[in-house]
Design a protein around this ligand. Structure first.
Ligand code: GLP
Length: 281
C-alpha cells in the first residue's frame, strides 16, 4: 500500500497516471488495455483531464476496454443519476473509445445474477483488469461493497446500507425514498484481481476511511482495508483526507515517495512519484 498526498490535484494525478500506464502498455486491437472505472464526485476532475489529453491528441482510447465498478438497480439508463448516464456524459461521449468496449452493469437486466456472472466472465475473457481506479465511501466501502461484504466476493447484487443511501440522497432531491437501495457491484475479489489499484480520496469526510484503509486491521466490516492484501495499491488524496492518519504514517509515506511534479501543468514533465522506489508488498 502506498499513500500519495497530492500537492496539486488528485484528479490530475489520476488522469496522468492512467495516461502513463496506457502509453507504456502500447495497446493494440489484439492487446487492449483493460481499465476499471469509478463514478462519484471525486473522479470528475480526472475525467476532465483525460478528455483534455484526448483533445490534445496525446491519448487515444481506441484500444481500451473499460469496466465500470457498479450501477444502481432499477434506474433507467437515461436517468441523470444512473452511472450509465454519468459515464457517457462525463467521459465516453467525449473520447474515441469504441462503444462496444464499454462494459457497465445493467441494473435493469431481467436476471440480475446472470448479468453479474456475464460481467465477471467478460473481465476474465478480456484478460483481467490492468488498472482499476476507484473512490471510497465515508464508511470505507469501495464500489458498492458495503460494510459486511465478503472479502472474496465477486460481482453481485448488493443492498445498500443506510449511510450510503443517505450520502447518495443528495443526488435524489435529498429524498431517501427516491434513492435506490439496491445496486450491482464488482466484488472485493474482482477489485483485488486487478493488477494495479488506485484509490482517490478528497476532503475531510474521507479522513476516517483513509486512516482505516492504511492503519486499520483488515475487515469485511471496512471493505477498503481489503486492499492491504494487494501488492500494488496507491491511495491518492488531498491533505484534508489525511487528517485522521498518524503524523508518523504520513511522514513515512512522504519520505519514501519520489519527487513528482506537474511543472507547468505539462504532461511531459509528470512523474507519478512511485517510479524508482519499491512498492510495498
Ligand atoms: C458511491 C460509489 C462509489 C464511490 C462513492 C464515493 O458509493 N458507488 O464507487 O466511491 O460513492 O463517491 P464520491 O466521490 O462522490 O464521494
Amino acid at each position: 500500500m502506498r499513500l500519495l498526498v497530492s500537492k496539486h490535484s488528485v484528479g490530475k494525478w489520476a488522469a496522468y497516471y492512467i495516461y502513463k500506464k496506457i502509453i507504456e502498455f502500447k495497446p493494440t486491437i489484439a492487446k487492449p488495455f483493460i481499465l476499471g472505472l469509478p463514478t462519484g464526485t471525486t473522479p470528475i476532475e480526472m475525467y476532465q483531464e483525460l478528455i483534455k489529453l484526448y483533445q490534445d491528441n496525446k491519448l487515444s482510447f481506441k484500444h481500451v476496454i473499460s469496466f465500470n465498478m457498479d450501477e444502481y438497480v432499477g434506474l433507467p439508463k437515461e436517468h441523470p443519476q444512473s452511472y450509465h448516464h454519468y459515464m457517457h456524459n462525463n467521459f465516453f461521449d467525449h473520447i474515441d473509445i469504441n462503444h462496444n468496449n464499454i462494459y457497465i452493469l445493467d441494473g435493469n437486466a431481467s436476471n440480475l445474477e446472470l448479468e453479474c456472472k456475464k460481467f465477471e466472465e467478460n473481465i476474465l475473457q478480456s484478460g483481467g483488469l490492468d488498472l482499476i481506479v476507484g473512490g471510497v465511501g465515508e464508511d470505507g466501502h469501495i464500489a458498492f461493497n458495503e460494510p459486511g461484504s465478503s472479502l472474496t466476493s465477486l460481482t453481485r447484487v448488493k443492498r445498500l446500507n443506510y449511510n450510503t443511501i443517505l450520502a447518495n440522497s443528495r443526488f435524489f432531491n435529498n429524498n431517501i425514498s427516491q434513492t435506490p437501495s439496491l445496486a450491482l457491484t464488482m466484488g472485493i475479489k474482482t477489485i483485488l484481481d486487478a493488477k494495479d489499484i488506485v484509490i482517490l480520496a478528497k476532503g475531510v469526510k474521507k479522513a476516517s476511511a483513509v486512516a482505516n484503509a492504511i492503519e486499520g486491521a483488515v475487515s469485511g466490516m471496512y471493505p477498503i482495508t481489503a486492499l492491504q492484501m494487494h501488492n500494488k495499491v496507491v491511495i491518492v488524496c488531498d491533505e484534508f483526507a489525511t487528517y485522521n492518519l498518524k503524523v508518523r504514517t504520513v511522514r513515512y509515506f512522504e519520505d519514501i515517495k519520489d519527487e513528482y511534479s506537474l511543472i507547468g501543468d505539462n504532461i511531459d514533465s509528470f512523474s507519478c512519484g512511485l517510479e524508482t522506489s519499491k512498492w510495498l508488498i
